[in-house]
Design a protein around this ligand. Structure first.
Ligand SMILES: Nc1nc2c(ncn2[C@@H]2O[C@H](COP(=O)(O)OP(=O)(O)OP(=O)(O)O)[C@@H](O)[C@H]2O)c(=O)[nH]1
Ligand SMILES: [Mg+2]
Length: 614
């Protein structure tokens, strides 16, 4: 058993910009290795196993698999490409000795390509470049190679890093080639390139035991499971070991079950040697960054450093009049405990208590990072309310700094006008423009404060009618720039609690777009639509038609009702203002004013303007 392991392991991370084909590449590697029963149809994006990953079509969590090729065990870590989940890359990359840098043959390197490559080179990973999607008619391979070379020149810290092999692939069609004229057969050329260019782990299985906990899992029978690379020594089933925590405190525990990865499964084993990736159970105290070491000589490895969150919002107990009707009404204790649980695996997240016992601050790496958590909690049947995400600022040398991002926009020339106007209101500064020689697409690169990005994606999709891409990359914070010049449409707010009537909706809809239909239950202070003007509008949407001699029947009225707008969670988060909240239940998202009573809201407004006059 030991001899198979010896020098016969490769640990690789698959890294790329979002959607460049990482998970599809893992699909084709798994399929080539015949890990599936021929009767089964494994489908696509096999590693994107979590329901939100499947629905959103993106990878959220880094995942492990292992494939055997010519007696070499290749441990593969599939990472997310979206900027909000870059924390996953930071913490998983340390398990690998090499990486596949996947680049879309049409798009070329994009902002996240730069970020992930910089992380890989910083960690001393050996790189194989995979130019993917070469089956696409629009693929521009020579341009892509040139841009990748420029990127390496820019980021390499040692000269030998500039000497990287390139493989060309179509992950969807299941082939890879080393030279563009080679026959397109299967994924073998990629496997060969990995074995030849990525070294086996440099690890001593007889040294003092050290394993770094990089990911956590949970099993109902086994409890908490730590996953990570064994850097030194050998793990044995049932052995006594130590767990070295955050402040180097040492706890003894006994390893219960021990696993390695084999194809898509965890496989139980009796030992795992240095260089391999293991999963262990035995205590519920594991935390990311902890070292598992020996009893005799407990020595911690460097703890993983995680980049700071950029946006912050509140999660609070649901205080709406409809609280508890759709799901489990989370008390502040239930809500806090759920958030504490999340920290065990969601490393880039931060939670803090506020001055209010029923409300907590939750900070993450972006709107999407937080909205995935909200959606998960809602699926667990919890009810709660969340505020608008705001950026996190900090002070250095008496100057207030705010988070900034590099925004890359690819779209057709005709949409640039309205986009430029909107971006200037959002305080973006243009840093580069690139024309694509082959079509009328144009790439604009901006520096923009993160707060200017909140809600931009919806505007972008609407203006470009889906004909474009926008991507962001977090860059260094910069001194706070003035006020955003964007203005939101005013809210249409219900003044009553009751059932919305077709009769009222018919007249209110003239003022803007409504979020509700007849028969929707509404409460006082609930936002039922958006106005065509920036000011808010209070309306009674529950008015019944007076019985008169007029002949218009109910069905007549219903016929004239416009289709209502249904906001997704992400759209609701983009829409709300600082004086509003989203009520999240397993069934609906309701947008509401923080202060439900309209006369109290007015009083508050008067007080504010009075105070600002002094
Ligand atoms: N034409 C073509 N499409 C591809 C290829 N590889 C992937 N795609 C498509 O590109 C899209 C994104 O693929 P994924 O594998 O999810 O990309 P990813 O890099 O894992 O995305 P994230 O994990 O969200 O960053 C999917 O629609 C794939 O079908 C390819 O070789 N050719
Ligand atoms: Mg993916």
């Amino acid at each position: 058993m030991k001899s198979i392991y010896k020098n016969n392991i490769r640990n690789i991370a698959i890294i790329a910009h979002v959607d460049h084909g990482k998970t599809t590449l893992v699909d084709s590697m798994l399929k080539f290795s015949n890990v599936f029963d021929p009767r089964d149809n494994p489908g696509q994006l096999i590693m994107d196993s979590n329901p939100q990953e499947r629905e959103r079509g993106i990878t959220i969590l880094a995942k492990h698999t292992s494939i055997n090729f010519n007696d070499v065990k290749i441990n593969i870590i599939d990472t997310p490409g979206h900027v909000d989940f870059s924390g996953e890359i930071q913490r998983t990359i340390n398990m690998a000795d090499g990486c596949l840098l996947v680049v879309d043959a049409f798009d070329g390197p994009m902002p996240q390509t730069r970020y992930v490559l910089a992380e890989a080179l910083k960690n001393g990973l050996h790189t194989v470049v995979v130019i993917n999607k070469i089956d696409r008619d629009s693929a521009n391979i020579s341009n892509t190679i040139e841009s990748i070379q420029d990127l390496f020149l820019d980021l390499a810290t040692e000269e030998k890093q500039l000497d990287f092999p390139i493989v060309y692939s179509s992950a969807v069609q299941g082939y890879s080639i080393k030279n563009l004229n080679d026959p397109k057969v299967d994924m073998k050329p990629l496997f060969e390139t990995i074995i030849e260019n990525i070294p086996p782990p440099n690890a001593n299985q007889n040294a003092n035991l050290q394993m770094l906990t990089t990911a956590l899992d949970y099993d109902n029978h086994l409890g908490s499971i730590a996953i990570g690379r064994v850097f030194n020594g050998t793990l044995h089933k049932s052995m006594h070991a130590t767990l070295i925590g955050q402040n180097n405190e040492v706890k003894e525990f006994q390893i219960d079950k021990l696993f390695t990865f084999s194809n898509l499964r965890r496989q139980e084993t009796d030992h795992v040697i240095a260089g391999d990736i293991a999963a262990i159970s035995g205590t519920n105290d594991f935390a990311i960054g902890d070292t598992i070491s020996s009893i005799d000589n407990p020595k911690p490895l460097n703890r993983i450093s995680i980049e700071k969150p950029t946006v912050k919002m509140t999660f609070g107990v649901n205080t709406s009049p409809f609280a508890g009707q759709d799901g489990k009404h989370a008390t502040s204790r239930i809500l806090w405990n759920r958030l504490v649980d999340e920290l065990k695996t969601n490393v880039s997240l931060k939670i803090e208590k506020t001055s209010h016992p029923d409300e907590f601050f939750v900070s993450g790496r972006g709107e999407l990072h937080l909205s995935v958590l909200i959606e998960n909690m809602r699926r667990e049947k919890l009810e709660f309310q969340v505020s608008k995400p705001n950026v996190i600022t900090h002070t250095k040398n008496n100057i207030l700094y705010e988070p900034y991002e590099l925004l890359t926009i690819d779209t057709k020339n005709e949409y640039i006008g309205p986009l430029t106007e909107e971006l200037s209101k959002r305080l973006a500064t243009l840093v580069d423009i690139k024309n694509d020689d082959n079509n009328d697409s144009i790439r604009h690169i901006y520096q923009i404060p993160t707060r200017g990005l909140i809600g931009l994606r919806n505007f972008f999709l609407r203006i470009t009618r889906g004909n474009g891409f926008m991507n962001t990359e977090i860059i260094e914070p910069k001194p706070l720039k003035g006020e955003l010049k964007t203005s939101r449409s005013g809210a249409i707010i219900s003044t009553e609690t009751g059932t919305a009537t077709a009769y009222s909706i018919r007249s209110i809809q003239e003022h803007g777009e409504l979020f509700i239909s007849p028969q929707t239950l509404v409460y006082e202070g609930m936002i039922i639509g958006k106005q065509n003007k920036p000011s808010d509008l209070n309306v009674n949407v529950c008015k019944e038609k007076k019985l008169t001699n007029q002949r218009s029947s109910t069905s007549d009225i219903v016929e004239h009702i416009n289709i209502h707008v249904e906001f997704s969670l992400d759209e609701s988060l983009s829409f709300i203002s600082n004086d509003e909240l989203i009520e999240v239940t397993p069934k609906v998202f309701r947008i509401r004013k923080k202060i439900l009573k309209s006369n109290q809201r007015e009083k508050e407004l008067k007080n504010k303007s009075k105070n600002s006059n002094f």
